[in-house]
Design a protein around this ligand. Sequence first.
Ligand code: ZN
Length: 499
Amino acid sequence: MEVVKRLKALLKEISVINSSVSLMHWDQRTYMPSKGAETRAEALGYLSALSFRKLISPEMGELLETLSSKNDSTSLSDLEAALVRVVKHDYEKAKAIPPELYQKFVITSSKSQTAWEKAKKENDFASFSPYLEEILKLLREMVEFYGYEEDPYDALLDNYEPGMTTSKLEHIVSELKPKLISLIENLSAHAPIDDSFLKGKFSKHAQKKLSMEALKCIGYDFNAGRLDETIHPFTITIGTGDVRVTTEYKLSEFIASLYGTIHEGGHALYEQGISPELKWTLLDSGASMGIHESQSRMMENIIGRSYEFLSFFYPKIQRAFPKTLKDVPLESFYRAVNKVKPSYVRIEADEVTYNLHIMLRFELEKALINRELEVKDLPDAWNAKMNEYFGIVPPSDSLGVLQDVHWAGGMIGYFPSYMLGNLYAVQFFNSALQEIPELKKEIAAGKLSTLREWLKEKIHKHGRIYKPEELCKRATGEELSPRYFIDYVEDKFRRIYGL
Ligand code: ZN
């Protein structure tokens, strides 16, 4: 059909620009000389604006309207119908916000991030609070333009998790929270696990080799990507056939970098597994942040920290660091990488405590958006929740309310994706286990190809065709349920701690 052809041509123009923007971003964060920063920012700004203008162009509006009208939409294939639905959602979201408001939001969040960096360094929440107030004010305005049915927070959630609502999340939280709090109490009563051998001196060369081996083992395609070094690990897709990952090597510990690499590898497998049929369509990325996170956390935690995987991979780790690890048995290593300990900092959290860090943020940001909590009371509210959930209170705001960049960057509504990712991961893995009875044996033999094919078939190849909810139903036969995660952590950690 002629109109579909025109839509696809326009989407290709947008995608090609986005691909160039991604490559420039990757370069900016890896190899760009520092003096190139200003020119790069200008070029990136120009190209991003060009792509955005094409997305909200009158031509796009006309094409989408024609294709959504009754007569035309009935002759569309399933794939074309999905294309129209997803692009229309992007178009409407982008059009909803008046350009001046959006511009103000971009500038404010950029200034706010700079203020946050300083405030975090100097442990000075008061200097950051006016910026957060301004971000919240702008987001509340934007929420009215986006529209919502029940809760203003829904409109922000939808930016990261299409279809997710505040009430669905509250339901999940109410089921999960008490179980986790009581599990942590039980585990904390036990003697702590010895993980002293995870600290020491670990050469960058050996760490790099190990990261490469781990990526190869999970099936990352080095002919369609590469691994580089950055301060903050990330995965970036330049386009079909080019999905890159980065990691950070710390010389005094290798665990964070190894698991960081496997985490990014999980994101990358998702992007590498998207059907080439979706190339240049805007459907060629993940279904949501939560679904994306499910793929990284499955590789990092459910696989990477499993006894089966380590029984295959730990000898390689021992060979990389023989001095420190040759006399440490597999059992001790397995327990050490699964140690549960309430911590102040989210990104250092283990599988059991992690979701509570997210619930805390979800509850606070929802209250902020709804004016049920004032910014000046935020540090106290944060500390009270830390005490309630973990029994610890951070000694400073830098290790508390100021630790994450998300609020400073205007990304309110993002945090729940991390928790949803953890839940989706277990539910997906559970279905894979039922359909592949030999799966645990295969993992213990270092064979991850059957699982990878399963994930590709059920999740990866579809890109953004299905909303998270539908994707989950198709892959597992039911809606997202926290039950699987609860069973998983209770079983795994009671065993490890001998409860
Ligand atoms: Zn991630």
